[in-house]
Write a new protein. Structure first.
Ligand SMILES: [Ca+2]
Ligand SMILES: [Ca+2]
Length: 229
């Protein structure tokens, strides 16, 4: 009887443990902690646009619920630059909550143009990666019908079309696109949600190393001059 009681206790403890592990309870963005919205304020697992979101509702970025789903109990930073210097990245579609989910495309761009990574039929869990040689500056884009493209570098758009969150101290980003012009959109930034892991490029030389390298080159220049004479 005592044994059975112990087994029950153990089972209950395990249940409590796994339940709490499955439910992300909070996510921190720019030092502010957000908790899972109650069911009455969510629709399909998202904070409804009329309710408070990460920025107190002014931009209604419902992508916060995705951070709660995929990055709960972690800290993120809202990123405003939207470009990276690297030799590639891997990307996975987390979700597309959009009427145009079957036609919206996604890809990366460099100064030499756009390269598509996902066509319209790609959907949740589609994964791809790309490699650049040499490393260069790139960003991501969302392609919508009518030949319009929205970029992670929001200065290339009329307004904010991409909300980007970096998992603190990592090279992992969650990017949410709005697929209608900002002014006429619902501003939920969940029309194309992609997790991008930026490749780690060779470490940038330390200033001391640069100095050594510089003085070495200067020495070499002096040496060459001597030979020429
Ligand atoms: Ca799609
Ligand atoms: Ca939207």
């Amino acid at each position: 009887m005592k044994k059975l009681f112990l087994i029950n206790i153990l089972g209950l403890a395990l249940f409590v443990c796994t339940t709490s592990m499955a439910m992300a309870t909070s996510v921190t963005i720019d030092s502010t902690t957000y908790t899972t919205a109650s069911s009455s304020t969510t629709y399909g697992g998202f904070i409804a646009p009329s309710n408070t979101s990460w920025d107190s509702g002014s931009n209604k970025i419902n992508i916060v619920d995705w951070l709660l789903t995929y990055g709960g109990n972690n800290s993120y930073t809202y990123v405003t630059t939207g470009t990276w210097l690297s030799d590639g990245a891997s990307s996975v579609i987390l979700a597309e909550i959009a009427g145009n989910a079957n036609t919206n495309t996604f890809g990366y761009y460099t100064e030499s143009g756009r390269t598509q990574l996902f066509n319209g039929s790609a959907s949740t869990n589609a994964t791809t990666d790309f490699n650049l040689n040499p490393a260069q500056i790139f960003g991501f884009y969302l392609g919508v019908s009518g030949g319009t493209f929205y970029y992670t570098d929001n200065s290339l758009n009329q307004n904010i079309q991409a909300a980007i969150f970096q998992l603190n101290d990592t090279n992992q980003y969650i990017i949410g696109f709005e697929d209608l012009p900002y002014g006429s959109s619902d501003k939920d930034f969940q029309d194309m949600i992609v997790k991008a892991t930026i490749d780690q490029t060779a470490p940038v030389p330390e200033p001391a190393t640069m100095l050594l390298l510089g003085s070495g080159l200067l020495g070499l220049a002096g040496f060459r001059k001597k030979i020429k004479k």
